[in-house]
Design a protein around this ligand. Structure first.
Ligand code: OGA
Ligand code: NI
Length: 380
């Protein structure tokens, strides 16, 4: 069903041209969006054009919103009981109303963050012949370089190349990692996993559960790290860098470079910028955490606008398991401690495998993957 409907939309957007062959021709080159930019193009290929969406938005990409994404200082989280209680409260508020917040003093030194951004940038700026060895659409590979994971299923492509790694539960061997970012990736992965466990404790307590609850449920078993590279775009008004979407896993930790913004989150019917801050990390609730918390925590739409300036680099760490992982068939539904007669389950149960395959097959089309799992209210 999902395939048929996105296929239909893709055709409607294509203006009657042979979109499939153009997608294939681009993919076969294995040089990504950066390859197009390096070749000196001044017009973007039509497979990247989002004309219908852009018309609907009528160019309104930078609304003058006065909302500010919450910033939470984690200093004292393990040493100061009072401060820890405040942090938990701030996170609860942020997860309930925004689904997004930035954290400071999270324990990962800013040098490691800077090095991680540089490592991703250096990979994308390698000679295209070297990068080609990693270009693939094989979902079983643990080190993958390509353009848009949903290139062949989304209504229109977006201005971004990605290098991603499946780092947990079964990481690649160090030799499988590209040399330019190998050491820092291993260091960053260890740090982000520790931070992930800390966040899960705080989320658990924010929900009124035992502090180990979400970890025991398996929410930090899987980790995929995506090194995003958004080249400068000659016609940013015609496309996106990353289309509006919510993330598929339990939660995401995002590191953005300090030079170029462009990430926006949808809050109270407006797009709000998430300004880059040196040393900070962005944390967001993802779909499966919204599902198991029965809508207490919100997985919200976010996007990255295309810009004339670039490249922009970011590193997104998705805490999620994948088909084939130990926990992939484990069943998740609304947590029983969070449901009651007044607060009945809003979602049917699913597995992380089923959820991720739905997310991949649907592609980023501007809608939440959770819709398919919503239970109908009786009487509707
Ligand atoms: C993502 C994402 C934002 C960014 O990869 O899912 O939302 O700033 N990335 O790259
Ligand atoms: Ni995202």
């Amino acid at each position: 069903m999902a395939n048929a409907s996105t296929g239909g939309k893709a055709e409607a957007f294509s203006g009657g041209y042979d979109r499939k062959s153009e997608l294939k021709a681009f993919d076969d080159m294995k040089t990504g969006v950066k390859g197009l930019v390096d070749s000196g193009i001044t017009k973007i290929p039509r497979i990247f054009i989002h004309d219908q969406i852009k018309k609907e938005e009528s160019g309104n990409l930078k609304p003058a919103s006065t909302f500010k994404v919450p910033i939470i200082d984690m200093e004292g989280v393990y040493t100061d009981t009072n401060r820890r209680c405040e942090i938990i409260k701030e996170m609860r508020d942020a997860c309930q109303s925004w689904g997004f917040f930035q954290i400071l003093n999270h324990g990962i030194p800013s040098e490691v963050l800077d090095e991680m951004i540089e490592g991703v940038r250096e990979f994308h700026e390698l000679d295209s012949e070297v990068k080609k060895q990693f270009y693939t659409r094989d979902l079983t590979r643990k080190v993958v370089y390509n353009t848009n994971f949903d290139f062949h299923t989304s209504p229109a492509a977006t201005w971004r190349d990605t290098l991603y790694f499946i780092m947990a539960p079964h990481p690649p061997t160090p030799e499988e990692l590209p040399q330019v970012c190998r050491d820092v990736l291993i260091k960053y992965t260890n740090s982000v996993q520790k931070l992930g466990l800390c966040l899960l404790e705080l989320f658990s307590e924010a929900l009124g559960l035992d502090k180990n609850y979400l970890e025991k449920l398996g929410c930090a078993v899987g980790l995929s790290i995506f090194g995003q590279y958004y080249p400068a775009c000659p016609e940013p008004e015609l496309t996106f860098a990353l289309r509006d979407h919510s993330d598929s896993g339990f939660f995401t930790v995002l590191l953005q470079d300090t030079k170029i913004g462009g990430l926006q989150v949808f809050h109270e019917n407006q797009w709000v910028d998430v300004p880059p801050m040196h040393g900070a990390l962005v944390v967001n609730v993802a779909d499966l955490l919204q599902l198991i918390t029965n809508d207490k925590f919100k997985s919200v739409l976010h996007r990255v606008i295309a810009q004339k300036i670039g490249p922009r680099v970011s590193v997104a760490s998705f805490f999620r398991t994948r088909p084939g992982d130990v926990d992939a068939e484990k069943v998740y539904g609304p947590i029983k401690e969070l449901i009651s007669d007044e607060n009945p389950p809003l979602y049917r149960e699913t597995t992380t495998e089923e959820y991720l395959m739905h997310f991949y097959n649907k592609g980023l089309d501007g809608t939440s993957g959770l819709l398919k799992f919503k239970l109908q209210k009786e009487g509707n």
